[in-house]
Design a protein around this ligand. Sequence first.
Ligand code: ATP
Ligand code: MG
Length: 416
Amino acid sequence: MSSLQPVRGTHDLIGETQRRHAHVVETARRIAGLYGFDEWATPIFEDTRVFARSLGDTSDVVSKEMYSFEDRGGESLTLRPEGTAGVCRALVTNGLTQSLPQKVFYAGPMFRYERPQKGRYRQFHQIGVELIGAAEPLADAEAIAMGRDILQALGIADETVLELNTLGDAESRTAWRAALVAYFTEVKDQLSEDSRTRLERNPLRILDSKAPQDRALVADAPMIGAFLTDDARAFWDGLRSALDLLGVPFRENPGIVRGLDYYGHTAFEFVTERLGAQGTVLAGGRYDGLVAEMGGPRTPAIGWAGGIERLSMLLEATPPAPRPVAIVPLGDTAGGVSVTLLQALRANGVRAEIAYRGNAKRRLERANRIGATHAVLIGEDEIARGVAQVKALDEGSQAEIALDAVAAYLAGAVRG
Ligand code: ATP
Ligand code: MG
């Protein structure tokens, strides 16, 4: 058999990579908690309609990136390409549409059939939040402030800029869409093939195109500002003053439209220049129509998702590997006492390991290799006297400690 490789666009998370990844998730979970968000975990696969309905069939995700398959029962299922649709589906199917607002945090893998490159994978991971059941601009501002706080806690806020836009309400977008159709129809021949299709089906999508020949035309396209209704403008003003109040700096960018169809009013991205073309690290917006798409009542909502791989790449330092205490029995008779002590250490919250084989010298070498802070040496003589030699490996110092006091001693020492 030829050697097995991970599937193109997927990665194993091991060692430093996993520690960076976990640090992003734990930091986001902690900050989301401060804002009153609870964690949900929804299934990795859903009925295909959950995504096809909600993301919009002209979005790149639905039109070409979904991992869909028929299961043995003949159902069409899809590996989730994003988290919001599943959370909205869960809100409805768990009967929570009358218990609003719901403030949801999630983290986990997402799947998209994309061309793999730096910062773009087929299995990638997101942290995300959804604030469902709040129509006020303060909700949008809080969700955005939480994203900014997470970037700050990760030490990467200074690497990013918040780009903010409004997509207006339905009436504003209808007028804007008409203007876009008129504009792009004039230059249709210069558009990419994908964008010529978008022009027919969803002209707003052209603004999100990554094709270079489209980018040039997009720069001069009509922008939403001129088409905002009074209501939409009031919301936009409210959002910007709430962000000021929360101390969140932003840059207005009328080109931000987001890749999925369900957004209205607020659209934003935290972008960095450090990741090349894959510069968006955390992005989202308001999606007041999505819960209704899932069969629930019309429910206002705002959310965002951040790419864990991209956030991990920006981290200045890798969180250090945890350091254990190593038990080193000297000779055959020390085995029983060593194992008892091992469990006592763990019961006291100390990370503790014992090598399964090897003489004392080998075991000490291993203690150093795994980065142990201390080695606990137990020989016949120690057992006879009811003590152990506790060696601090960084300092090279050694202390004789009563066996029944070793766990408490080391619990104190590793806590520093
Ligand atoms: P992009 O414009 O980069 O394709 P998107 O608009 O498709 O992003 P969203 O669906 O809003 O992205 O997802 C939110 C975040 O998830 C992105 O900003 C990015 O950080 C991350 N992300 C999206 N797709 C991928 C991917 N294929 N690989 C790694 N991270 C991704
Ligand atoms: Mg994409």
